[in-house]
Design a protein around this ligand. Structure first.
Ligand code: HPA
Ligand code: ZN
Length: 326
């Protein structure tokens, strides 16, 4: 199976930090990691749930300190993504995970932007940036983060909501989403990964999201599925992530096909590929094999990714023609 042109819509740039780059940046910045070598670090990539992953994900970010670090991180992702068929990427970043360590938000955004600006020519990938708020931090911290990002909003397409879901419902973040919308930004939120269908309802009705990230637990609520189908709200599904974080027991049990059959606008994404065992095409191949998807279903998933993107209509049409020609 050749990689098909795809838009990646659920990708945490911090989740693309491979052990090799983590050690290189640690050395560059004079930071000691609590792992002897890359193999010992990789051996820690065994997760029991979302929180057990987040603990390592935040700890390893200690190596990201300078604009160059963020530029190198994003450039490494883009190079790998292109080999995996990615032609457009809407990339999450977690500013609070860096500002809380004393890294200014401008350092993060300028570093990422440097790599993203070079990406069309260097890697043949167009990009957008999505600024995520940490839902296990306070709503006030989210608002303060948004205000500190105002000088950089021309670089940001959307806001998102991530980190530990259960006990941190979307409705708490109503104010910052209202500010984002007033500023002309699009809105997405993680919901229905570990959290209940009610969190997906809140993301839709309280935050007014344009897309739901994960959303796999929506299937537990028939009225919610009907709503998502009627409004063709995209769901950014991450199959390998779901298995690694034990949202789903086995890939063979993944509800992706059920979701498509229900008429949901589903896309396939890699989430945190350095941690979950694969980038975008790896996810496509894994679900294709596990669920026995046919070629036309893979094309549908690729088409959905561009339809669900924040690209303008002419750009979407151009990418859809590439899929037809594939
Ligand atoms: N869920 C919530 N927060 C995250 C994730 C995820 O899958 N990845 C990085 N932050
Ligand atoms: Zn995610």
């Amino acid at each position: 199976m050749r990689p098909i042109p795809t838009a990646e819509l659920h990708l945490h740039i911090e989740g693309t930090l491979e052990p090799e780059l983590a050690f290189a940046l640690a050395e560059r910045n004079g930071i000691r990691l609590p792992y002897a070598d890359q193999d010992e670090l990789r051996a820690a990539y065994s997760f029991s749930d979302l929180q057990s992953f987040l603990d390592l994900y935040y700890a390893l970010m200690a190596v990201l300190r300078t604009e160059d670090d963020f530029a190198d991180l994003a450039d490494a992702y883009l190079a790998r993504a292109r080999e995996q068929g990615v032609r457009h990427a809407e990339i999450f970043f977690d500013p609070q995970a860096h500002t809380s360590r004393g890294v200014p938000i401008g350092t993060v955004i300028n570093g990422l932007a440097r790599a993203l600006d070079a990406a069309p020519e260097k890697h043949g990938i167009t990009t957008r940036l999505i600024m995520c708020f940490l839902r296990d931090e306070s709503p006030e911290s989210a608002v303060a983060t948004f205000e500190s990002a105002r000088p950089h909003l021309d670089r940001i397409t959307a806001v998102g909501l991530d980190s530990a879901e259960v006990g941190n419902p979307p409705s708490a973040f109503r104010e910052v989403y209202a500010l984002a919308r007033e500023a002309g930004l699009k809105c997405v939120a993680h919901a229905g990964e570990e959290g209940p269908p009610s969190y997906v309802w809140e993301a839709l009705d309280v935050l007014g999201v344009d897309r739901v990230d994960h959303g796999v637990r929506s299937l537990e609520d028939a009225a919610l599925v009907a709503r998502l189908v009627a409004d063709q709200v995209p769901l950014t599904v991450c199959p390998l992530s779901n298995v690694r974080l034990r949202v789903i027991d086995r890939l063979e049990d993944h509800p992706l096909r059920l979701m498509l059959d229900a008429g949901l606008l589903v896309t396939v994404n890699s989430d945190d590929p350095a941690y979950f065992g694969g980038y975008l095409h790896d996810n496509m191949v894994a679900v294709t094999d596990a669920l026995g998807l046919d070629e036309e279903t893979v094309r549908t998933l690729a088409r959905n990714s561009f339809r669900a993107s924040f690209l303008d209509e002419p750009a979407k049409a151009a990418y859809l023609r590439e899929i037809d020609a594939h």
